[in-house]
Design a protein around this ligand. Structure first.
Ligand code: AMP
Length: 282
């Protein structure tokens, strides 16, 4: 596996590769990230991942400095999963001196994480636009776990004609339901036990949906009843249209239920998609 650290090295690698699948990450890789790499290996000729903790998507009081960094172990895992290359740029390679251009996504970035984390999606859209311009993959793979991010990037790639297909892949979970996240490493054993309430609440609402419940208020309430408690402080619970992320107030044929919560010093997000599959979204 090639370890590439500069834009020019990536461009040289790209020139000799055929159909390229790309998995952007911030590292501290877990089975969720690796499921995206496996998809890229299966569906393209050469899978390249990136490891870059993107400073512009963190707010001033967020965990940029504390974010787990495990480069050597990540590279080993990518190699084991048949990655063809990994791009590990220093910050100055992505944001060189004088860098000033930012990508501002549309209204899909306004609610939920956009409201809770001002500027977050400008940072995400900017770094992914840069990475797609550098790697020029045929397909880039993203997790449903960060559902709004997936939709923001699908609309950004479409609107800017970036030329890569943005494909969503299912959330990988722990056996008890907790969505895998690099930030789960912040949890104490007690907080880790409490955190299972998040997926439990979402799954209970999904069961209601499967039994025919379509009232967004009832679904929202079900999550609120079950997803909090102990060290889990819910920040928001949303039942929204999966295409636009507009909040639903009447029954609809499809929905995404999303939540964010503080658990100790971790801020965790999760979601379930109802009435459709993440692969249906492009
Ligand atoms: P991150 O390193 O957190 O920026 O995530 C990199 C990619 O992995 C993003 O597309 C995430 O949505 C995806 N991802 C993170 N956690 C999971 C998970 N539990 N299951 C599937 N994909 C995930």
């Amino acid at each position: 596996m090639k370890v590439l650290r500069s834009v020019s090295e990536v461009r040289a690698w790209r020139a000799s590769a055929r159909r390229v699948g790309f998995v952007p990450t911030m590292g501290a890789l877990h089975a969720g990230h690796l499921s995206l790499v496996e998809r890229a290996v299966r569906e393209t000729d050469a899978a390249i991942a990136s490891i870059f903790v993107n400073p512009t998507q963190f707010g001033p009081s967020e965990d940029y400095t504390a974010y787990p960094r495990r480069e050597a172990e990540d590279i080993r895992l990518l190699e084991q999963h048949a990655g063809a290359a990994v791009f590990v740029p220093p910050v100055a390679e992505i944001y060189p001196p004088g860098d000033a251009t930012r990508v501002t996504p549309g209204p899909i970035a306004a609610p939920l994480e956009g409201a809770a984390r001002p500027g977050h999606f400008v940072g995400v859209a900017t770094v992914v636009a840069k990475l797609l311009a550098i790697v020029r993959p045929d397909i880039a793979f993203f997790g449903q776990k960060d559902f709004q991010q997936l939709r923001v990037l699908q609309t950004t790639a479409r609107d800017l004609r970036l030329g890569s297909e943005i494909v969503g892949c299912p959330t990988v979970r722990e056996p008890d339901g907790l969505a895998l996240s690099s930030r789960n490493a912040y949890l104490t054993p007690e907080q880790r036990r409490d955190a299972v309430a998040l997926s439990r609440g979402l799954f209970a609402a999904r069961e209601l949906w499967e039994r025919g419940e379509r009232d967004p208020r009832v679904l929202r309430e079900r999550v609120r009843e079950l997803a909090g408690g102990g060290s889990v402080a819910l920040e928001y619970v949303s039942v929204a249209d999966p295409v636009t992320l507009a909040e639903l107030d009447t029954p609809a044929a499809t929905a995404v239920i999303s939540l964010a919560a503080r658990v100790g010093r971790a801020r965790l997000i999760d979601n379930v998609l109802l009435g459709m599959d993440v692969a249906d979204l492009r």
